[in-house]
Design a protein around this ligand. Structure first.
Ligand SMILES: Cc1ncc(COP(=O)(O)O)c(C=O)c1O
Length: 405
């Protein structure tokens, strides 16, 4: 038996929707994308959702739209400093660097795996770095507290954008993850809570920001904006389809992706419940061993502060020689056909690319918790496609391995 980190997630109805769209002949961004965006707005309780071809593109557009808005003053300019977590995803960081901003790394909280706001406050208070924004990741299905983020940003006069690419379906303080700040990015890559094969999008309640995202998604043109008519009248062109009002890319999604998304979103709550039950069973299997499921405080039926959506299950080896024992258990699990992987990228400051690019690289070891998690924690799958037999095999195997190390 094999326990993969992820599976395709495509069901008969998803595949049938693709065939329907292919037969319709309408292939590039159109009515299907609009319909999916509407469903995402409803699910997230957001005013706008702008679908793009990946979560990485969503991050890129959010940063671009902060720096080059069409109608207002930029919220960020070249050289500005942006707080990011030391355990990150590359394409949370690269858009900042690519667009001339400075990522300023902050250690993570080992209990949440997210940016540690106390450490961030200490950095602001003591380093003299003129920070302008924060770009937290809501990691692996855990929604960060919107009130804590908003308070932190208010105190320090910071712009907030959220990377929620790993946490669709999660909530905190009664709202979906990412319901704070200017905007939030999501990913529908095939291992995530819902899939559009590749795909992503941005949720925002800011009308002008959403219009800029729509232009920037598609070469910078005006035609998908709510204020397109105004631009067209002002420009007095014969063919307003070819009016370009901002910088841009082509990061449009295809109609087949949106059609799958509309089928999948209907089942999201069911998928999240399934994932949560897998995490619960794994937690029960290892509760009295040297392994700890990170985030297990969100598994109790009585807690109602937050809903964790468990993209994967983060597990930490505790006790003495934890790093050595982690290597041992990973070797054991892989032998049993249970796939494992590092926690996101591990300490991102240790990655060769960031070492080459930023002056922070030599500091990798000083991010104590990021390094500790890298050395002692790992991820296993929690995909909603796992069968009952696979879940039983996973739990029995991981318990046996945990008792051996
Ligand atoms: C935190 C985070 N941000 C961004 C992304 C990028 O999403 P995508 O793979 O859709 O480009 C990922 C990918 O899993 C991620 O984990």
């Amino acid at each position: 038996m094999r326990i993969p980190l992820a599976s395709s997630g495509l069901r008969t109805q998803d595949i049938e929707s693709v065939i329907r769209v292919l037969n319709s002949g309408n292939l590039t961004m159109g009515a299907e994308v609009k319909a999916f965006e509407k469903r995402m707005c409803e699910y997230l309780n957001a005013k706008h959702f702008v679908m793009v071809n990946s979560g990485s593109s969503a991050n890129l557009l959010m940063v671009e739209a902060l720096m080059r808005p069409t109608l207002s003053k930029p919220k960020l300019s070249v050289g500005d400093c942006v707080l990011v977590p030391a355990i990150a995803w590359p394409t949370t960081i690269w858009p900042l660097i690519q667009l001339g901003l400075n990522p300023v790394f902050v250690d993570i909280d080992p209990n949440s795996l997210a940016i540690d706001l106390n450490a961030a406050q200490y950095l602001i208070d003591t380093s003299g770095i003129p920070v302008k924004a924060i770009f937290p990741i809501h990691p692996l299905g855990l929604a960060l507290s919107p009130s804590a983020l908003e308070k932190f940003c208010h105190t320090n006069e910071l712009v907030l954008i959220n990377d929620v690419c790993e946490s669709l379906g999660s909530w905190r303080e009664g709202v979906h993850a990412g319901q704070s700040g200017v905007a939030s990015s999501f990913s529908f890559y095939f291992s995530h809570h819902i899939t559009t094969m590749e795909g992503g999008g941005i949720a925002t309640n800011d009308d002008a920001f959403a219009d800029d995202l729509r232009s920037m998604r598609s070469h910078g043109w005006s035609r998908d904006r709510s204020d397109a008519e105004k631009w067209n009248l002002a420009a007095n062109l014969n063919d307003a389809k070819f009016l370009f009002v901002s910088t841009g890319y082509n990061v449009r999604p295809m109609e087949i992706q949106a059609a799958i998304g509309s089928e999948q979103i209907v089942s999201l709550d069911e998928f999240v419940l399934k994932r949560r039950n897998i995490a619960k069973k794994v937690n029960a299997a290892v509760i009295d061993t040297a392994l700890t499921v990170i985030g297990n405080e969100f598994l109790s039926d009585s807690q109602n502060e937050a809903g964790h959506s468990w993209m994967l299950i983060p597990i930490r080896v505790t006790g003495s020689d934890a790093a050595v024992r982690k290597k041992r258990i990973i070797a054991q699990l892989e032998k049993l056909n249970i796939e494992t992987r590092p926690v996101l990228t591990g300490n991102f400051l240790s990655q060769p690319a960031i070492q080459r690019i930023t002056k922070h690289a030599s500091d990798a070891a000083s991010f104590k918790h990021a390094s500790g998690i890298t050395d002692t924690a790992f991820l296993i799958g929690a995909h909603h496609d796992l069968s009952d037999d696979q879940i039983d095999y996973l739990c029995t195997s991981i318990r046996a391995a945990a008792l051996e190390i």
